[in-house]
Write a protein that binds this ligand. Structure first.
Ligand code: IVH
Length: 681
């Protein structure tokens, strides 16, 4: 009997352990993906808060289960912002981060550690903690040599070209008393005014100025960067022959050389003076024209900095104090689940109205089901609402002491509140989706509203008109718009002769709207206005796009796996093909105006099988394919013994080239191909 109990106990412990192992591994994978989205792609998919929650959960599990320790776990790294598109440069001095403190006690502990390690008196320098992107600038003989991002702390991206567009960064130094080689580090940021202007023009606004700055500094086109008007404060000088033995004096000197150094910098003789500085800026920060997320305290004397040294992650001579985001407590009244035009479910909390950072908040984001579960939020709870750097306020916690005993957990919905379809959730994603794209009312209305919008088909009439049309049963998809008649429209509430004619005219005029906007109007997930333009440049007609393979799609610059998958998914659905055929029938522009590559047709290439791959310049891939067909050859997507030619464009994948070489297939470039047509074989 005993042994059975033991066996059972062993068995269940083992099972429990396996569960935890799985949980840890899922969290690690998840965090790695979000890290990549944030640092490499500069397009975070979850808020900093959600990220921190996941990281904390992982930290806790790893601490409780030390046997699952892993050197490469997301908890063990400083973060990376490396981007394959940029050259990597190794930092001469590794680029570390700062330790964080969140309250007075933690700061007092820091001060005690400093005191213990130093025999002599010491003083601090207090600075603002700019909320942007860290940058290291190296200067040789007074000239800017390289600008490198932090990357993984050892190597970062060479973003010199982009950084040169920042007006406050000197390209050539003033005076002559600077060291022949030195590095200066600082923070690139986007001032509020620039951020607000930029977001007004963007279809997908940046959540905060920090994301905007990091997205901008990673852009491939530095002339675009120049338009974004970034700024930069420099706060840390490194090198062998620095002008002074004090950090503060070095910065003042750097100012003479032309650097923009922190203006609100202050020496503090004691930790109490540091607290004064913190208290002052805790309120005053709201009046700054840029974001700060805390303050930084540094030991001033460099010899003392050297004594204190570094841990593996951060200096022992400096620390940051992070401001708390403004927070209030209020009642959670109810939860709504909103369904977007792509089917994404967003849980939104309805709150008892409360004043927070100058505005009345009635609704707040509840993120997703994982967060609701982790926070254990229940209806009727007193919740904490926070307004951090992000635009939308969020719920960050529950006051459990105020909870009445009898309230039940908030069960996340399993079915769509609008159409009852069972919700789905893809592996690795935290968001639920309603997959009933063609019949779920808010998705249909959302798609039609999107089609009506100014950047799409610019049809007069917004949400209200779409609602009327939908409720009357006149439109169920975007093609129905083009089959509306006068009688139907005039029968709608509030519509008279003039408004009816206006709407009909507006619909008719939209038929002239150029192809890239029509493509955008289709509402394919991840195909925003910019991506639609890129697609149109590369696939000159909707038929070309429809027939493009996954490989062909991702060969296009800026089209990644996710966008390609979404396009393939869209065109796989017979319903969507039917809609496109109807749009074609109604005369919408579904190819580029000057897409006709050549009117020449011949049998010069008769019987040949041609594979094209890579990026082309004179013609688009679509046009080349059209030329191939018009001249009697067959387009083939994969290389085989039967392939006659491989037309290789720029950035062609190495595996295709290798295969062609192995099979002795003739490889020609775009120019050879054009010659082939004009001259014959
Ligand atoms: S000093 C070795 N000073 O905050 C220490 N950093 O969370 C070098 N930051 O990596 C950093 N304002 O990107 C320093 N006045 C300031 C700062 C500052 C913002 C950033 C910096 C750093 C991060 C740490």
């Amino acid at each position: 009997m005993k042994s059975i109990i033991f066996f059972n106990h062993f068995f269940f412990t083992q099972m429990h352990k396996n569960e935890i192992k799985k949980q840890i591994s899922t969290l690690r994978k998840d965090l790695e993906m979000h890290n990549y989205n944030y640092y490499v792609l500069s397009t975070p998919k979850i808020s900093d808060f959600e990220y921190d929650m996941k990281l904390k959960e992982l930290e806790k599990l790893e601490k409780e289960n030390p046997d699952f320790f892993e050197i490469n776990s997301p908890t063990q790294r400083v973060g990376t912002d490396s981007n394959e598109e940029f050259n990597q440069i190794t930092h001469k001095y590794s680029m570390l981060s700062l330790g964080n403190t969140y309250n007075q006690q933690e700061l007092l502990d820091f001060d005690s550690r400093v005191k213990k390690l130093l025999d002599d008196k010491y003083e601090y320098v207090c600075e603002l903690k700019y909320d942007g992107v860290a940058i290291g600038l190296s200067y040789e003989n007074g000239k800017l040599k390289h600008a490198v991002t932090r990357g993984d702390g050892v190597k970062g991206d060479d973003v010199t070209q982009n950084v040169k567009t920042i007006k406050s960064i000197p390209l050539n130094l003033q005076g002559s008393d600077y060291p022949s080689f030195f590095e200066i580090r600082g923070e690139i940021f986007m001032p509020h005014k620039v951020f607000d202007e930029l977001n007004k023009q963007r279809e997908t606004p940046f959540a905060n100025p920090r994301n905007a700055a990091s997205g901008t500094i990673k852009m491939q086109n530095s002339s675009q960067v120049a338009k974004r008007k970034l700024d930069c404060y420099l706060y840390y000088l490194l090198g062998e022959k620095l002008p002074s033995n004090y950090h503060y004096e070095n910065l003042i000197k750097a100012k003479d050389w032309g650097f923009k150094i922190p203006t609100h910098i202050k020496k503090a003789e004691s930790i109490n003076q540091v607290f004064d500085y913190i208290n002052y800026w805790n309120n005053e920060r709201h009046n700054l024209p840029f974001d700060i997320d805390g303050i930084v305290i540094k030991v001033n004397l460099i010899e003392q900095q050297d004594i204190l040294g570094f841990t593996s992650k951060s200096p022992r001579w400096a620390i940051s104090y992070k401001f708390k985001a403004e927070q209030v407590a209020t009642d959670l009244l109810s939860v709504d689940y909103q369904i977007g035009r792509t089917g994404a479910v967003t849980p939104v909390a309805n709150l008892k109205p409360v004043l927070l950072a100058g505005t009345t908040v009635k609704r707040a984001s509840l993120h997703n089901s994982d967060i609701i579960k982790a926070l254990d939020i229940r209806l009727g709870d007193m919740v904490f609402v926070e307004k951090g750097g992000e635009i939308i306020p969020k719920i960050v916690g529950v006051d459990k002491e105020k909870r009445k005993n009898d309230i039940l957990s908030l069960e996340y919905i399993t079915n769509c509140p609008e159409c009852s379809e069972k919700l789905i959730r893809k592996d690795g994603e935290s968001i639920h989706y309603c997959p009933n794209h063609d019949n779920c009312p808010p998705q249909i209305k959302g798609k039609i509203e999107h089609m009506f919008s100014r950047k799409a088909m610019n049809i007069g009439g917004g949400e209200a008109t779409v609602n009327l049309l939908f409720n009357a049963g006149f439109v169920k998809n975007i093609a129905d718009i083009y089959e509306l008649n006068k009688e139907q429209i005039i029968s709608l509430e509030g519509f008279k002769e003039k408004s009816t004619n206006n709407l009909l005219r507006s619909i008719d005029e939209s038929k002239k709207i150029e192809y890239n906007k029509v493509l955008y109007s289709l509402g394919i997930r991840y195909v925003g206005a910019t991506i639609a333009k890129i697609l149109c440049k590369n696939f000159k007609s909707i038929d070309g796009l429809m027939n493009a393979s996954f490989e062909e799609l991702i060969e296009v610059d800026e089209i990644g796996n996710k966008i390609a998958e979404s396009i393939i998914y869209y065109f796989q659905k017979p319903n969507n093909i039917e809609i496109i055929n109807r749009l074609k029938k109604h005369g919408l522009q579904l190819k580029d105006k000057d897409s006709s590559s050549s009117n020449v047709s011949s049998n010069k290439l008769e019987g040949l099988s041609i594979v094209i791959s890579g990026k082309f310049h004179k013609y688009s891939r679509d046009q080349i394919k059209e030329i191939i067909e018009k001249n009697g050859a067959k387009n083939s997507s994969s290389i085989s013994k039967k392939t006659s030619y491989l037309v290789a464009g720029e950035k062609i994948g190495p595996s295709k080239l290798q295969k062609a070489k192995k099979l002795n297939i003739k490889i020609i470039n775009e120019l050879d191909f054009i010659n082939l047509i004009s001259e014959g074989l």
